[in-house]
Write a protein that binds this ligand. Structure first.
Ligand SMILES: Cc1cc2nc3c(=O)[nH]c(=O)nc-3n(C[C@H](O)[C@H](O)[C@H](O)COP(=O)(O)OP(=O)(O)OC[C@H]3O[C@@H](n4cnc5c(N)ncnc54)[C@H](O)[C@@H]3O)c2cc1C
Length: 509
């Protein structure tokens, strides 16, 4: 590689280190978009393997798949995928409690006044209902129903087998000319004059040179941290969970169209139902639960027989100080990790890949674009971080971990949002934020934070008009859900994975 290429020259050779979900998402998108302009190589090591979790997503993944011209039915068959309309939060506010955070629009507001103000005022006037009654995805979730044929249409995401998804993306990327190299990276070579990365040296002696490197090596951050020492901002003081123990089980019931997030005394547990199995895991705070306790608790709480031995995944909540440092862009777990709640990591990777494509440094790395990229990456992560902290903070549970979360000092950005909610029922949203007003409202109400008085416009409408407004929203929701089959029946017809797509249980063990 020409030394001048690292910061000033043209970028032609892109090297992706790592072939987990992040590496293959990046590889697939870059090869799809820039197949004629770039030479793209991806290095992965089967010996090291991937983190093996990350099977629940959020709706913007569908737009990304459209950009990649992915056929939905073929994709779902290939990854044994199911649909996700919401997240079911169980035992969060207190044991025995449940609320749904749906993906769809809740009700119908005006540009000045989101719907929840009208709904809150209807409660004040003695017209009882649940917020979820006004949301198609909530009502469909309650009945385990799904369809793509209703009017209005559902907003949804997917659950998929992470291993099969990487395989699916790999076949697309290779079809677009990406070169995959199997091997373990032994050394990362740097240019003497500026410290930028020059090449990866593999254990078998291969040297892979590049102009731009994408670090998708997972938590180890082989390029960004172990080589460039980028630094990490730790969010552990706000987010107590720092470990997970994961397992896969047989399905003992038809798949539900939502991720289950079930709180326990020292964290929470996920349940992600796929076509062929269930992905489960127990997320916990190591200050409040030992690995052995977590392991035993997980095996006690799962519904079906395990298909393989549980595995431990330690993590450190926070973000890499610069997502893009010199000629290294860190993606996926190498760039930071908030925690699995609300399933945002794959989304943040996709968003970063799109941003990289939009700002791609063909003519050399521009400090201004790097600064812009890093600033937007930071904002995105902080927004999601605040939303996740809210789930931990707003609880009425008795155990020490939960009591500490209630007492903790919040980031000022979240504290301001909570004041706006408590004083005037506002769930504020900046334009670029992943979680919209309806998401904040669902969780704020679900976790039991009392709102202040609703917007004066909602208070101004008379009783009869308010009743009509609510009925006009609720009726089409009820009609649409009444016409929906169960998710299991819909999958059978639409995207049933053929036998043999997934490894048999014995091969997984
Ligand atoms: C407990 C848990 C649950 C999660 N649940 C969700 C979820 O539901 N939804 C969601 O969106 N996200 C979730 N995530 C995050 C999600 O798992 C990741 O975003 C996603 O899997 C991407 O991981 P990755 O590709 O960055 O890293 P990895 O999967 O760890 O991949 C790293 C790659 O780098 C390679 N590699 C590393 N070192 C070397 C080397 N020296 N030489 C060659 N290759 C190397 C490895 O072989 C591998 O291919 C979860 C994370 C955790 C920890």
């Amino acid at each position: 590689m020409n030394v001048a290429n690292t910061t000033e020259g043209r970028i032609r050779k892109v090297v992706i280190a790592g072939g987990g979900t992040a590496g293959w998402l990046a590889g697939c998108a870059l090869a799809h978009q820039f197949r004629d302009q770039l030479e793209i190589t991806l290095v992965e090591s089967e010996q090291i393997g991937t983190v093996g979790v990350g099977e629940s997503t959020v709706p913007p993944i569908r737009a990304f798949h459209r950009f990649l011209q992915i056929d939905e039915q073929a994709f779902l068959r290939a990854v044994a995928g199911t649909f996700k309309l919401s997240i079911s939060f169980e035992n969060w506010r207190r044991p025995g409690d449940r609320f749904i955070h749906p993906f769809g629009t809740i009700g119908q507001g005006t540009w000045a006044t989101p719907f929840h103000h009208f709904w809150l005022d209807s409660l004040r006037r003695g017209m009882p209902s649940a917020l979820g009654d006004f949301c198609l995805e909530s009502v469909a979730s309650r009945g385990d129903q799904f369809s793509l044929d209703t009017q209005p249409q559902v907003n949804y995401a997917y659950h998929f087998d992470a291993g099969l998804y990487a395989k699916f993306l790999r076949s697309k990327a290779e079809a677009h000319g990406l070169r995959r190299v199997e091997g373990k990276i032994r050394e990362v070579r740097q240019h003497a004059h500026d410290g930028a990365v020059a090449a990866l040296v593999l254990e078998d002696g291969q040297v892979i040179e590049g102009d731009l490197f994408i670090d998708c090596t997972g938590f180890r951050g082989l390029l960004t941290e172990q080589t460039l020492h980028t630094g990490y901002e730790d969010w552990h003081d706000w987010l107590p969970s720092d470990r997970a123990v994961a397992v896969q089980t047989e399905s003992v019931a038809p798949p539900v169209p939502y991720t289950r997030a079930i709180a326990h005394e020292a964290g929470w547990r996920w349940h992600i139902a796929l076509q062929h199995r269930v992905g489960c895991g127990l997320v916990f705070s190591s200050r409040h639960m030992s690995d052995d306790e977590a392991h035993a608790k997980l095996l006690r709480d799962i519904d079906g027989p395990p298909l393989r031995d549980p595995w431990l995944v330690p993590f450190r909540s926070g973000r890499r100080l610069k997502a893009w440092n010199r000629n290294v862009v860190a993606l996926g777990l190498a760039s930071g990790f908030i925690e699995p709640l609300e399933s945002t990591s794959i989304h943040l990777t996709i968003s970063a890949v799109v941003r990289l494509i939009q700002l791609f440094p063909f003519d050399g790395i521009s400090p201004a674009l790097v600064a812009l990229y890093n600033d937007v990456s930071r904002q995105e992560m902080e927004h999601v971080r605040d939303f996740i902290i809210l789930h931990y903070h707003a609880n009425q549970r008795d155990e020490p971990m939960w009591a500490a979360c209630r007492e903790m000092a919040l980031p000022e950005s979240l504290a301001l949002r909570l004041r706006a909610w408590r004083e005037r029922a506002h769930a504020w949203q900046d334009p670029g934020e992943l979680f919209r007003v309806d998401s904040w409202t669902s969780v704020l109400m679900g976790q039991g934070i009392q709102p202040g008085p609703p917007h004066p416009l909602a208070r101004a409408i008379n009783d009869a008009d308010l009743r009509t407004l609510l009925a006009r929203i609720r009726q089409p929701v009820q009609q649409a859900v009444a016409a929906m089959p169960s998710q299991a029946a819909f999958i059978e017809r639409y995207c049933k994975a053929p036998p043999g797509v997934w490894p048999r249980a014995s091969a997984l063990a």
